[in-house]
Write a protein that binds this ligand. Structure first.
Ligand code: IMP
Length: 180
């Protein structure tokens, strides 16, 4: 099995380019069916989701918009939880059908903390599409509406996902190899 080294760790192929692309086409067909004539607004979360968002958007045959945001989290002065702010979110979401595009939902913390900010703008609907989901890692009550692959709770890189900055530029998704 093809292995790669990223920094100090060895990874092996977990999902091939073909598997990923086939799955994205399936998700695109599903979204077309669910959002026909709704002109949804996709909000892709940088950095990790850039490849997935790009491929998903290319496969969609429908009127749709896309924007890219970065999420920054900081500890609120008084609040107990993390406060999440979005950089680059300048669209008015009122009455829009909004779909968040994520590379991976791990604990669910990031989106769980961020969704109320979007709900506040009263979108007509708000859903999440994630290429990868680690159900065993879930710590927050977050519904992921469209999931490409449910995967084991192991660290993955490739296809936009990084390990300490590297590994994003791979077409495949790699999993931490046993014994590394
Ligand atoms: P969550 O808030 O725990 O759901 O984590 C979400 C973010 O953590 C993702 O958008 C990724 O940027 C990062 N992440 C979680 N698991 C992995 C992984 O296995 N590989 C690379 N990045 C990950």
């Amino acid at each position: 099995m093809a292995r790669i080294k990223v920094h100090d760790k060895e990874f092996e192929v977990f999902l091939s380019d073909e598997q990923i692309q086939e799955k994205i086409k399936e998700i695109a067909r599903q979204l077309e069916a669910d959002y026909a004539d709704k002109k949804p607004l996709f909000i892709a979360v940088l950095n990790g989701a850039f490849m997935f968002a790009s491929d998903l958007f290319k496969h969609l045959v429908m009127d749709a918009e896309i924007c890219f945001i970065k999420l920054a989290s900081y500890k609120g002065m008084k609040s107990t939880g993390n406060v999440i702010t979005a950089i680059g979110l300048d669209q008015d979401l009122y009455n829009r059908h909004v779909i968040i595009v994520e590379d991976i939902v791990d604990t669910g913390k990031t989106l769980f903390n961020f969704l109320p900010k979007l709900q506040h703008q009263q979108p007509a609907s708000l859903k999440i599409v994630a290429l990868l989901h680690k159900p065993e890692a879930t710590e927050y009550d977050l519904a992921v509406d469209y999931v490409g692959f449910s995967i084991p709770n192991k660290f993955v890189v490739g296809y936009g996902l990084d390990y300490d900055g590297l590994g994003r530029n791979r077409r495949e998704i790699y999993q931490l190899a046993p014994g590394t």
